[in-house]
Design a protein around this ligand. Structure first.
Ligand code: SF4
Length: 385
C-alpha cells in the first residue's frame, strides 16, 4: 500500500563556489557573475514550474545549498529571495536555511537574506586549524570564520550551524581538540561533524591513490568520533543524528525531512527531488540547465519511481541515522504496514548483537551501533519485500 504524502519542503541548489576544495565532489563550479545572473533567470522559471507541478502545502522548510549560495552579491541574493516568495507560499514559522562559507558574506548581503526570511545560516568551517584549511584547499582561514560569525550575529542570525570535518590528512586527536575548543567557545546553535570521505574524481583521490595523502588510522578516526560526540554532549548539545548536534530548539527541520524519508521538491542544477514516490535528478551541467530552464522546460534528466519495498528500506536506513530511530507509528503511517512484519530479521539480528535496541515505541541504534551504523544499514538493503 502506497501512502502519498503532500510535501512542504524545497531544496534549491546554487552550484557556484569561489574555488574548488581538494576533497570536493559536490556539484559546484567557479564561474562569473554574468553566468550567475543567467542561472537565476533559469531558476526563476524552474521555481515557477516546480510550484505548479506538485501538490504542496505552504513551505515549512527551504534549504539553499551548494556550492556556496552566499557567493551571490546582495542584488543577486535579493533576487533569489524575491523569486522564492513569488512562487511559493511560506507557512508560519518556516525554516529557511542558507549554506555559506566564511569569507563570502558581508553585512549588506546578510541583511538582504535576513529580510528575505532566512533564519538559519550554515557555515562550512571544517576546522580552526589554518594548516589543515590550506591542506583542504579551503579559501578561508580561522580569522575569516570569526569575522563572518560576527557579521552573521550583527545581521541578527540567531540560529547558526557550523560544519566540521575530522579524519583529515595530518590531523591528530590533539589538533581536533583545539578545533573543538574554539568551536565550543563560539557557541553555534548547531554543528554538523562528518569524517572525510575521499571521493573519486577529486585531487584528494589522486593523491591518495599515489600514496601522497596520509590519513589518520581507522582507530584514530574512531577516537576522533568519540571525542566529537563526547565534547558536544558535554557542552549542552543534543546529538540527534549520527553526525549532527543541536542546542535545544535548533535541530535542522529540513534535514529531518530527508532522514524521515519524507518528500521534498528540489530545484537547481544537479538537484535531486523526491515527490509522490518518484525521485528525480536535474541536469547537472550549468549551461545546459540554463538553456533548458529559460526555454520553459523542466531540466529533469532522470526519474525513478521508487518501489514500495525500497521506500520501506529507505525509511529504515535514513531513519536509523536519527538517534530517536524509527517509531512503529511513523513507519505504519508512512507505509501502511508493520515494521516488524517487514524487517524482523535485520532488527532481531542486530538487537541480539547489541547494535539496535527495540522498545514498545520503535527501533534505534545503541551507542555501540552508532559506530557500526553502516554495517547495520547494509542489512536492511533488499530486506523490504
Ligand atoms: S566550498 Fe563546499 S561546495 Fe564549494 S568547493 Fe568547497 S567543499 Fe565544494
Amino acid at each position: 500500500m502506497i501512502v502519498k504524502v503532500e510535501t512542504s519542503s524545497l531544496y534549491v541548489h546554487i552550484p557556484f563556489c569561489a574555488s574548488k576544495c581538494y576533497y570536493c565532489d559536490f556539484n559546484s563550479y567557479v564561474s562569473t557573475s554574468d553566468v550567475m545572473d543567467r542561472y537565476l533567470d533559469g531558476l526563476d522559471r524552474e521555481l515557477e514550474a516546480v510550484s505548479a507541478a506538485y501538490l504542496h502545502k505552504p513551505l515549512q522548510t527551504v534549504f539553499f545549498g551548494g556550492g556556496t549560495p552566499t557567493i551571490f552579491d546582495a542584488r543577486q541574493s535579493e533576487r533569489m529571495m524575491e523569486m522564492l516568495h513569488r512562487h511559493f507560499k511560506m507557512a508560519d514559522g518556516v525554516e529557511i536555511s542558507v549554506e555559506s562559507n566564511p569569507g563570502t558574506v558581508d553585512l549588506e548581503k546578510l541583511r538582504v537574506l535576513k529580510d528575505g526570511g532566512v533564519n538559519r545560516l550554515s557555515f562550512g568551517v571544517q576546522s580552526f586549524d589554518n594548516d589543515l584549511l590550506v591542506k583542504l584547499g579551503r579559501l578561508h582561514d580561522r580569522d575569516a570564520v570569526y569575522r563572518s560569525w560576527e557579521l552573521a550575529r550583527q545581521a541578527g542570525f540567531q540560529s547558526i550551524n557550523l560544519d566540521l570535518m575530522f579524519g583529515l590528512p595530518g590531523q591528530t586527536v590533539e589538533t581536533l581538540e583545539g578545533t573543538l575548543k574554539a568551536l565550543i567557545e563560539l557557541g553555534p546553535e548547531h554543528v554538523s561533524a562528518y569524517s572525510l570521505k575521499v571521493e573519486e574524481g577529486t585531487p584528494f583521490y589522486t593523491w591518495y591513490e599515489r600514496g601522497k595523502l596520509i590519513l589518520p588510522h581507522e582507530d584514530e578516526e574512531v577516537q576522533m568520533y568519540h571525542l566529537v560526540m563526547d565534547t558536544f554532549r558535554a557542552n549542552g548539545y543534543d546529538m540527534y543524528e549520527i553526525s549532527n548536534y543541536a542546542k535545544p530548539g535548533h535541530r535542522s527541520r529540513h534535514n529531518q525531512v530527508y532522514w524521515r524519508n519524507e518528500p521534498y521538491m528540489a530545484t537547481g542544477s544537479g538537484a535531486h527531488g523526491y515527490v509522490d514516490g518518484v525521485r528525480y535528478v536535474n541536469q547537472k551541467d550549468v549551461p545546459q540547465y540554463i538553456s533548458t530552464t529559460v526555454s520553459g522546460e523542466r531540466p529533469v534528466t532522470e526519474t525513478e519511481a521508487i518501489d514500495e519495498a525500497i521506500q520501506r528500506e529507505d525509511t529504515m536506513i535514513l531513519g536509523l541515522r536519527l538517534i530517536e530511530g524509527v517509531t512503529f507509528e511513523r513507519f505504519r503511517a508512512r507505509h501502511g504496514t508493520e515494521m516488524l512484519d517487514v524487517f524482523a530479521a535485520p532488527i532481531r539480528k542486530y538487537e541480539a548483537r547489541g547494535l539496535l535496541t527495540v522498545d514498545e515505541t520503535g527501533v534505534r541504534l545503541t551507542e555501540q551501533g552508532i559506530f557500526l551504523a553502516n554495517e547495520v544499514f547494509a542489512e536492511f538493503l533488499g530486506a523490504g519485500e
